[in-house]
Design a protein around this ligand. Structure first.
Ligand SMILES: Nc1nc2c(ncn2[C@@H]2O[C@H](COP(=O)(O)OP(=O)(O)OP(=O)(O)O)[C@@H](O)[C@H]2O)c(=O)[nH]1
Ligand SMILES: [Mg+2]
Length: 417
């Protein structure tokens, strides 16, 4: 994506290394310059949702034709002797399973001259470099708040660090930048598959609701997620709760037929909350594992439409709400995410269309702006084009045009470290 090239050219022109150094320690020195910048993690998200739709009906048997995979899964479920409950009877506590994942840990120890009495300092040249970075990140569609966070992290990491050997300054700046960007993406990070599996131990069906503005990729993502779960041996019901747009119901139904999922739908203009409820009802009756609710595209400023969406949410009481953001929408996607977050408190985001030439800033800002991570990414229009969003892979790709991969060290780091 190459968005850092200009900033890095500026960093390179700092051939007078002394222009960012001072012998005096003018500022707060980080205790350990090699310490990873602290991720602003929030506690594992938990929320309770009361359902207005209640029933005491229990399932007494699960008896559908199933393929081998789902048969195995059913046996496992029976073994664990979990009682299948009607999905909306109880208050639900969402348990998101954090993903211990590869992270970027930045080692700059070997780059600094520990014996040097001179330290990187907030000189005018350093300030100029930071302001260059600020402009670059803003131009890459990152939001102001996220950019501020990155700059603060960079300053904390760099100022007071012993001066590097000549030539290594650029690498230290790269390292600090990668560490800061990685921290942004890793906020409240959780694993989609493990979360579904973990929720299924307590009850089925698991209800997943997709929200987002028009055309971001909700229906395609609903199909991709269904495909993934069907491949894992789960039975999936798709709820065509977009009763608003002509063709939306057929679009989802076609996907369902191709994937091997069931689709519950109504006439166009029907009550979307009722469709969601019917889908859950049907899944409960037939012992299906997962219900995925596809909703109509909302303009975030249309209050009545948002209220309708809230009704679907209230009635369906989903275990997981995913916001689908279009990577191409840049900073708009961040604003949309913030608005949806204020209405529905979603649990994670899917960033669609990452296969396009999006500039990447939206990905960097959504997690920061909403305190919810990007968990999945759409990388094409095929059913298989859905990947777990892995921050270190994303950053490696984002920066690959700009940076020599050898200039920073990627090591496995547990999120909770
Ligand atoms: N290249 C690419 N295209 C995608 C991706 N995800 C979705 N699309 C395309 O984006 C367009 C819109 O996708 P939909 O799934 O219909 O979007 P939606 O959010 O359901 O749209 P509305 O129902 O109108 O709100 C379609 O042409 C999809 O094929 C992706 O990851 N990559
Ligand atoms: Mg749609």
């Amino acid at each position: 994506m190459g968005f850092l090239s200009r900033f890095r050219r500026s960093a390179k022109t700092l051939d007078d290394i002394g222009s960012i150094a001072s012998e005096e320690d003018l500022t707060i020195v980080p205790e350990n310059v090699n310490e990873a910048y602290e991720v602003k993690t929030s506690p594992i998200s938990e929320h309770e949702v009361e359902s207005e739709w209640e029933s005491t009906e229990m399932i007494d048997s699960i008896h559908l034709d199933r393929d081998k995979k789902s048969q195995k899964l059913m046996e496992r479920k029976q073994q664990s002797q979990k009682i299948t409950k009607k999905a909306s009877i109880e208050k639900r506590r969402l348990k998101l399973v954090p993903r211990p994942s590869q992270g970027l840990s930045i080692d700059i120890d070997h780059l600094v001259d520990k014996k040097s009495r001179r330290k990187i300092s907030a000189t005018p040249t350093f300030a100029k470099l930071m302001s260059e970075l600020e402009i670059t990140l803003l131009e890459a569609d990152m939001g102001h708040a996220a950019v501020d966070e990155v700059l603060t992290a960079m300053r904390a990491r760099l100022i007071g660090a012993p001066l590097p050997k000549k030539g290594d300054l650029e690498r230290i700046i790269d390292s600090a930048l990668i560490g800061a960007l990685d921290s942004l993406l890793r906020v409240s990070y959780w694993d989609f598959d493990q979360t579904v599996q973990s929720l299924m131990k307590d009850e089925i069906p698991i209800v997943i609701m997709l929200v987002g503005v028009n055309g971001t990729g909700k229906t395609t993502t609903a199909a991709k997620i269904s495909h993934r779960l069907v491949q894992e041996g789960l039975s999936v019901v798709l709820a065509a709760a977009d009763t608003f747009r002509a063709g939306a119901i057929d679009q989802l139904n076609d996907h369902a037929e191709r994937i091997g999922a069931r689709c519950i739908r109504s006439q166009r203009g029907g009550d979307s909350a009722a469709v969601a409820r019917d889908a859950i009802d049907s899944a409960v009756a037939k012992g299906d594992d997962v219900v995925i609710i596809d909703t109509a595209g909302r303009m975030q400023n249309k209050t009545n439409l948002m209220q309708e969406l809230k009704k679907v949410h209230r009635v369906a009481s989903p275990h997981i709400v995913l916001f689908v953001g279009d990577a191409l929408a840049g900073n708009d996607a961040v604003e949309q995410a913030k608005t949806f977050q204020s209405f529905l408190n979603f649990d994670g985001a899917v960033l669609s269309k990452l296969d396009t030439d999006a500039r990447g800033g939206a990905a960097l800002s959504i997690a920061h702006a909403t305190n919810k991570p990007i968990v999945l990414a759409g990388v094409g229009q095929g059913y298989d084009d859905l990947i777990d969003f892995e921050p270190s892979n994303f950053l490696t790709q984002l920066l690959s045009d700009d940076m020599d991969p050898m200039s920073f060290t990627i090591v496995a780091r547990d999120q909770n470290e």
